[in-house]
Design a protein around this ligand. Structure first.
Ligand code: GLN
Length: 487
């Protein structure tokens, strides 16, 4: 029996005391994967031999007293849309079959610079479009808490691999909830940082004004340590914030006295929210009040338009971003039956993209087309501004917002695949953070029928450290994040 791998903090202590080594941790990762990943299907392209070699180099650095960071020697898995030099980056799409990246994402370079050991890539919805990993060309990943359920998506492979104790850390990407929603479904912590906090260079673009890379881990503290390594200015991404790297882990002092927590009143009016989810969020806020915080009701009147706004802006941006996959530069090309270049594009894109990706390209192209632009895309941009004002107004009265991550716990595989709209509705509480650029974290706050529920905390843009401090304060007073799935 391969034991589930411990949390980052525990592993750091084991490495420091000599109880474990980086090589032993990589062995633990693959022994655990051999045991549970046949059922879960979270990892793509394991780098067993390369990871063992890199771990041995980390152990040598440690022996020589030249550690690079707290992450030196720690195994991590990377979502398959964040590129690493020489490795595949399929984005779980047929159209990137056979592609290997010639360069590494800035986030990957920072991890390697910090000494972390990349062990594998993780399964996802094709091009990060989806909420369940069911849109993967490799087939769905499964939820460690209940194998007939989805781990969420689109970073479902990353969240499930952390939840199952295959890896202590993983990277995800979040355009409308793809880190927070699977973290919530799998009972782990996932954070979408402030837009621009982590460089997007080397993240395959879905919707560039919304996309962010972020950490998935077992605790807020582990997320903070990982985010600190990922964050910081980058000349390779003009939207990366000019600020120096965060030191958010230093802000985790457990102190929330005087902190004001806003509860948006619109949450209760959202159709389809489970009463258990609401109760658990309120209980979590009550716990933070016992620690010295205060809670108050706030209003975000335009959030009822957030989903429609998101699905217009994200598809519009996706329709442009995905134009580059044409059979010429990247991956798969449909066999040429002659007829010139245009039929080759058409055959490649018809055979290379899955249904959901095609649906998004069509929707986005429509929303941007002459005659419809004003009614759809322009309207969506106006709503985005109104939403931003709602949040600015709410943050005059409170320091963080508390809300559910998702209206319900993990749904069954196959339950929503026939109804794209019901799938989109699972994102109702996560898209506002992307539309406004604000940081958001999801952390475990209870269970419903044995399935984890997530509390979402949002903060003012740039206040990533505050959000993590509150999440950590809750975890000092609760044990939900310590529970492991029965695998
Ligand atoms: N589920 C949302 C979508 O399908 C969010 C995806 C994401 O954040 N990448 O667009």
């Amino acid at each position: 029996m391969a034991a589930p791998i411990a949390s980052l903090i525990e592993l750091c202590a084991d490495l420091e005391s000599g109880r474990s080594s980086a090589v032993a941790l990589v062995e633990n990762v693959f022994a655990r994967a051999d045991e549970v990943d046949g059922a879960l299907q979270t990892l793509l392209h394991p780098r067993r031999a390369a990871a063992l070699e890199e771990a041995a180099v980390s152990d040598a650095r440690r022996a020589a007293g030249r550690l690079r960071s707290p992450l030196d020697g720690i195994p991590i898995a990377i979502k398959d849309n964040i590129v690493q030099a020489g490795e595949p980056a399929s984005c779980a799409s047929r159209i990137l079959e056979g592609y290997r990246s010639p360069f590494s994402a800035t986030a990957v370079e920072r991890l390697r610079g910090a000494g972390a050991v990349i062990v594998a890539r993780t399964n996802m919805d094709e091009f990060a479009m989806g909420s369940s990993t069911e849109n993967s060309v490799r087939g769905p990943s499964r939820n460690p808490w209940s194998l007939e359920r989805t781990p969420g998506g689109s970073s479902g492979g990353s969240a499930a691999a952390v939840s199952a104790g295959i890896v202590p850390l993983a990277l995800g990407s979040d355009t409308g909830g793809s880190i927070r929603q699977p973290a919530s479904f799998c009972g782990v912590v996932g954070m979408k940082p402030t837009y621009g906090r982590v460089s997007r260079r080397g993240l395959v673009a879905f919707a560039s004004s919304l996309d962010q890379i972020g950490p998935i881990a077992r605790s807020a503290r582990d997320c903070a340590l990982l985010l600190d390594v990922l964050s910081g200015a980058d000349p390779g991404d003009s939207t990366a914030l000019p600020e120096a790297a965060l030191e958010s882990h230093r802000a985790l002092d457990g102190d929330v006295s005087g902190l004001r927590i806003g509860l948006p009143k619109e949450i209760r009016e959202t159709p389809g929210v489970s009463p258990e989810v609401l109760t658990k969020v309120e209980e979590a806020v009550a716990e933070l009040e016992r620690a010295g915080a205060r809670s108050l009701e706030v209003s975000l009147p335009h959030t009822r338009f957030a989903l429609a706004t998101y699905y217009l802006i994200s598809t519009a941006e996706a329709s442009g971003n995905l134009a580059r996959f044409d059979g010429v530069r990247y991956g798969f090309r449909a066999s040429s039956d002659g007829g010139g270049v245009t039929p080759m594009y058409e055959r490649t894109r018809s055979a290379g993209f899955g249904d959901e990706v095609k649906r998004r390209i069509l929707l986005g192209t429509f929303a941007l087309s002459a005659g419809y632009y004003d009614a759809y895309y322009r309207k969506a941009q106006q709503l985005r501004t109104l939403l931003l004002r709602d949040f600015e107004a709410a943050f005059q009265h409170c320091d963080v917002l508390a809300l559910p991550t998702t209206p319900q716990p993990a749904f069954r595989i196959g339950e929503k695949t026939g109804e794209p709209l019901s799938m989109y509705l699972t994102d109702v509480f996560t898209v506002p953070a992307n539309l406004t650029g604000a940081p958001g974290v999801s952390l475990p706050c209870g269970f419903q029928d044995g399935l984890p529920l997530g509390l979402q905390l949002m903060g003012r843009p740039l206040e990533d450290a505050t959000v993590l401090r509150v999440a950590d304060a809750f975890q000092r007073r609760s044990e939900y994040h310590l529970q492991r799935p029965p695998l």
